[in-house]
Design a protein around this ligand. Sequence first.
Ligand code: SF4
Ligand code: SF4
Length: 410
Amino acid sequence: MQTKLPQTFLATNRGQQANRILRNCVHCGFCTATCPTYQLLGDELDGPRGRIYLIKQMLEGQPVTRHTQLHLDRCLTCRACETTCPSGVEYGRLVDIGREWIEEKVARPLPERIKRLLLRKIVPQPSRLRLLLRVANLCKPLLPAVLKQKIPALPVNSPWPARQYARKMLILDGCAQNVIHPEIDAATARVLDRFQIQLVREQQSGCCGAVDQHLAANADARRQMKRNIDAWWPRLQDGIEGIIVTASGCAAHMKEYHHYFEDDPEYHDKARMISDRTLDISELMSQLPLQQVIGTVPAQIVAFHSPCTLQHGQQITNTIEPLLKQCGYQLQYPRDAHICCGSAGTYSVLQAELSSQLLDNKLTNLCAQEPECIATANIGCLMHMQTRSPVPVLHWIELVDRALRGHDKK
Ligand code: SF4
Ligand code: SF4
């Protein structure tokens, strides 16, 4: 695609990235076939090709309106289009640039600004989220059923192994997951303990920055990323092998840290090291001899939902399924496995109607063969599906932990 971006913009790092990405797009439209919002709305501007065109027009200096903003807001950033694109168009990076641009040019109505601000100030802040969760649980009996189902129960503490090993990995302490479902990281610590790997928590780190980044609050996202880099960098220099992430959404974001610091000589190399040393838990587990520690467990039928941030964002496919099979689970593969469940970070709050349709479709497909539970790899998808799923929804590492614990009892 030909572009005519202004010279002033082309002189910036963002301008060069956008120009390169736009020029790679040949406008073939293959990507529209796998775009969830195009499938639901049937409007070219709600598909990747149309959005790329809108971004190009906007960056070239044409007027931007609420109409343009709406089509970009409706994008899930699921990146299914990237997986489908034969020309390697990095749509996720482009939409990031487009969103930042439009946020500077088009004012949002006050209620929308408040909603976005509240999400940014609560979700990535564990202490605030914890307080909100407690209050919501106290008020739960008084709420209508539709709200009740959205409030997760208060978590119970789960044991962490205390043993120390030479092989150590950091674990992303993150934000929402450890408030709402701390069992996931505890299960990970127990599973890795079997392989003599110690998980280390770094108190100075926090949210990976994805929430702010997706809400186009780029300066705040950068601040959070810098704080994490400052906390992790010395630990990685000190012999810790890498950073394990149990939420595929956070892992996908951390593997791209270096892109956000391309114009920052102080942080770029450190950010690159963080990206290179970040491992989704599935990547580490696939390197470990699971068959040596696993026994036979009663077969449970599991439908696996691969989050977009795993299969499209990190391009990790068919890695978790064999691990679950090794543990004795019977796997079901749903239809339209490449399509988003509608969670997509804060999308389920900001685009509730589209998100709800995607959730219904996803659960229909996942439950078509009547599984006993659904396994996934991202806290956002887990919580979203849990609101309406007829069967329990778990992180897949919890199933591995259960299989190992079941083996102990024999
Ligand atoms: S993003 Fe890729 S698949 Fe979509 S129109 Fe452009 S080149 Fe074609
Ligand atoms: S990221 Fe997902 S929703 Fe957005 S354009 Fe691509 S396929 Fe469509």
